[in-house]
Each structure stands twice: as structure tokens, then as C-alpha cells.
Design a protein around this ligand. Structure first.
Ligand SMILES: Cc1cc2nc3c(=O)[nH]c(=O)nc-3n(C[C@H](O)[C@H](O)[C@H](O)COP(=O)(O)O)c2cc1C
Length: 391
């Protein structure tokens, strides 16, 4: 890793190279938020308001990053968040990321709308995979997806709650993003000036909704097939639906996308963990950062109930900030895909190395032996961290 670490010591150092290698329409899909990108930008701004005040004279320690979640010990307190259509951004991405996660013993979450199927990806996950469910309106489809995921050995189910409606995604509209990609002069030109991406498409095939394919089979001509895949992405979720899933899925369930402490408290009776997220700023542009709501939600839920978080965590520093503010686990979305696009599979491995090394370095600087100790370190926040209340 040392050469890479000299050239790309931070994830942000890989961004420019990734942008050069991905066609514009796919880059827009990865990098955009929604609306005016305010929530997406704010996620990163807010992290600048979180500090750890170190205490010393505790000797020198070797940091142990192992983290227990749902009875399994992972090698680090972070995992890979679900990214739909990842192969549109970088061909073969789902398989690359699943293989990496399995090798380095962190969780990989496969999206319902991935370009590789539940069954295909499971072959690289050693029964340690997480499956993310966009709750389909059609309960037959839901039940079949759950059965496929369970039978393929996925261990944890992540249900995404923050898409009651699609967001406007203005940048995606302008860039003309679709799956499979539209073939017109503009996209052909963009692909032609991204030769590594185009070669990847030749090798891995045109991106499709591989898991959802099965439900398109019986649906008439090409046009209505695409329409059917789209319609399955109309979702519905309420507490009763969640209860039904609870009765079907035998493993741990994580509820993703919560932001409000009343929802969090209620969720405690339905699921095994909550996952605070504003979808990387891609859904509600006027949402706060999940980091800002974390401390109060942790207070309300008590110390034991697992809380995961994502949205804007781009470094080991950021992961540490999530942990000291009360999260048990931090999920990371765009950074792994950026690294993959910049440098291929070795880039994704490098992103993992950077994040882990940064966490280790911080822990050793503040003399904390393990993650539990780290979580008890003194956290300070700047005044811009707080959400005002009108009450
Ligand atoms: C391109 C893209 C596609 C995504 N697709 C999904 C998805 O299919 N399911 C889901 O629950 N979240 C999805 N998300 C949200 C991520 O799981 C995660 O919440 C978000 O990326 C975290 O923010 P970060 O990218 O700043 O780390 C997607 C995010 C991006 C950037």
C-alpha cells in the first residue's frame, strides 16, 4: 500500500482521478445530492464542528479496532452502505466490494436495486452479507426477495425507510441518468472518453437491475419490462409492514434512514438496530445531518441499543466522530465507490486501508486500546453543531 498511500493519502485525493474515469452521466449519479445539494454539503460541514479533547499520560497502546455487532466480531467499526446500480458507476462494482468486505471482515450491504443479483453476490460473502430492502408495494415480491436473501445466506436485513417518495434529483435529470444507460450521441460520447469504464462494460455487460430482473420476466415487451422494474421501486412502508417483515426475517433487522427520536424510540420495539441517515443528502435537501440528531437519540435509546449512522463520513476521522457522539457503527457510501472508480479493486482496498489506518492512528494518539474506550473519550462540539428549536 505504501506507494498508493504516498500518492493518495486521503480518500479525497482519489476523487479527481475517479471523475476523469467515469462518464459524466454516471459521475452525476454518484456525486449528486438532491435539490441544491444542501443536505449533502451540510453533512460534511457539520463534521467540522466535532472535536475530541485528548487526555494523556496513559502509556502507549496498540489499538484494537474489532467491533461486535449482532453477535459477530468485525475487524473495524465501519461497513459498506448499500449503493443501488453500483455497476453503472463502475462496472463490476458489487462483486469487487463484496469480495473486499469479505476479505477484510467488514459488512457489505447489497442494495435491492443493485446490478448484481442477490444470489451472484452471495457467493463472495461467506454468509456474512447484509441485504438492503426497498420495501416493494407488492408483498409477493417482498416475500420472495426476503426468501432469496435468507436462502442465499445474508445475515442482516437493512430496511430503508427514507424513500416514501422519490426525490427530484435535479442533477440526475439534467445528466439523463437511466438504467440501462440511454444510448444516444451524448452518452456515447461520454462513454468514449472514459475508455476504462467502457472496457469494464464490455467485460461485465450492460448494467441491469439484476435482483429485480426475475419480476420483469412475465411482463410483456421491452418497454413495459422497464416500466415494471420502475414500478417495483415504488415502495410502501409503515409500522404494520415492518411487523410483517419481522415475522418473516429470522435474523437481525436494521431500520435505515431514521432521523427523529420519536421514530427511533418506536423502532426499538420492532427492529434490532436503527441506522441514522439522510441518504447521503439525496432525499430531503432540507434535512439536518444525522450526526446532529445522534446524541439525543442515543440518550433516549440508552447505551445498549445499536445505532448505525452514515451520510458524509469520508475518513477515519469522521468515523471516530460518529463513534464518540454515540454510534456503534458507521456506514460509508460514496468513498468506496470513488476509490473503486479511481483505481479499480486495489482502490477500494486502499480506501479501507486509509479509513482503518486513520482510526488506528487517532486511537493511538489518544491512548485508547479499543473501540469501547474510544467511545468514552471526551467529545466537544462547536456552536454550529446544535439544531435550534422553536419551542
Ligand atoms: C449512488 C448512490 C446510490 C444509493 N443507493 C441506495 C440504495 O439502493 N439503497 C439505500 O438504502 N441507500 C442508497 N444510497 C444511500 C447510501 O446507502 C448511504 O446512505 C449514503 O451514500 C451515505 O452517504 P455517503 O455517500 O456520504 O457516505 C445510495 C447512495 C448513493 C450515493
Amino acid at each position: 500500500m505504501s506507494n498508493l498511500a504516498d500518492k493518495y493519502p486521503r480518500i479525497s485525493d482519489m476523487r479527481r482521478r475517479a471523475l476523469r474515469r467515469i462518464p459524466h452521466f454516471a459521475a452525476e449519479y454518484l456525486f449528486s445530492g438532491t435539490g441544491y445539494d444542501r443536505a449533502m454539503d451540510y453533512n460534511q460541514e457539520i463534521l467540522k464542528n466535532v472535536f475530541l479533547t485528548p487526555r494523556y499520560l496513559k502509556g502507549t497502546v496498540e489499538a484494537d479496532l474489532k467491533t461486535k455487532l449482532f453477535g459477530r466480531v468485525y475487524d473495524a467499526p465501519f461497513g459498506i452502505a448499500p449503493i443501488g446500480m453500483t455497476s453503472l458507476i463502475w462496472p463490476g462494482a458489487e462483486l469487487s466490494l463484496a469480495k473486499l468486505a469479505s476479505k477484510v471482515n467488514i459488512p457489505y450491504t447489497l442494495s435491492t436495486v443493485a446490478c448484481a443479483s442477490i444470489e451472484n453476490v452471495s457467493q463472495h460473502l461467506d454468509n456474512k452479507g447484509w441485504f438492503q430492502l426497498y420495501p416493494p408495494k407488492d408483498k409477493n415480491v417482498r416475500d420472495d426477495l426476503l426468501k432469496r436473501a435468507y436462502d442465499s445466506g445474508y445475515e442482516v436485513l437493512v430496511i430503508t425507510s427514507d424513500i416514501p417518495a422519490s426525490s427530484r434529483r435535479e442533477r440526475l435529470r439534467k445528466a439523463g441518468v437511466s438504467v440501462p444507460p440511454k444510448i444516444n450521441l451524448r452518452t456515447i460520447f461520454q462513454a468514449a472518453i472514459s475508455p476504462m469504464w467502457s472496457l469494464g462494460i464490455l467485460k461485465h455487460g450492460m448494467p441491469q437491475f439484476a435482483t429485480m430482473d426475475k419480476y420483469q420476466k412475465s411482463q410483456g415487451n421491452e418497454k413495459s419490462k422497464k416500466g415494471y422494474a420502475g414500478s417495483q421501486m415504488n415502495r410502501y412502508l409503515d409500522w404494520d409492514y415492518l411487523e410483517e417483515v419481522r415475522n418473516i426475517w429470522k435474523g437481525p433487522i436494521v431500520l435505515k434512514g431514521l432521523m427523529d427520536n420519536r421514530d427511533a424510540l418506536k423502532a426499538k420495539d420492532y427492529v434490532d438496530a436503527i441506522y441514522l441517515s439522510n441518504h447521503g443528502g439525496r432525499q430531503l435537501d432540507i434535512a439536518p445531518s444525522p450526526l446532529q440528531v445522534l446524541p439525543n437519540i442515543r440518550k433516549d435509546l440508552g447505551d445498549e441499543f445499536p445505532i448505525l449512522i452514515d451520510s458524509g463520513f469520508y475518513s477515519g476521522q469522521d468515523v471516530v466522530k460518529g463513534l464518540i457522539l454515540g454510534a456503534d457503527f458507521v456506514m460509508i457510501g460514496r468513498p468506496f465507490v470513488i476509490a473503486l472508480a479511481a483505481l479499480g479493486a486495489k482502490g477500494a482496498a486502499h480506501a479501507h486501508y486509509i479509513i482503518k489506518d486513520e482510526i488506528e492512528n487517532i486511537m493511538e494518539q489518544v491512548c485508547t486500546k479499543n473501540i469501547e474506550e474510544l467511545k468514552r473519550e471526551t467529545v466537544n462540539v462547536g456552536k454550529d453543531f446544535f439544531l435550534g428549536s422553536l419551542e
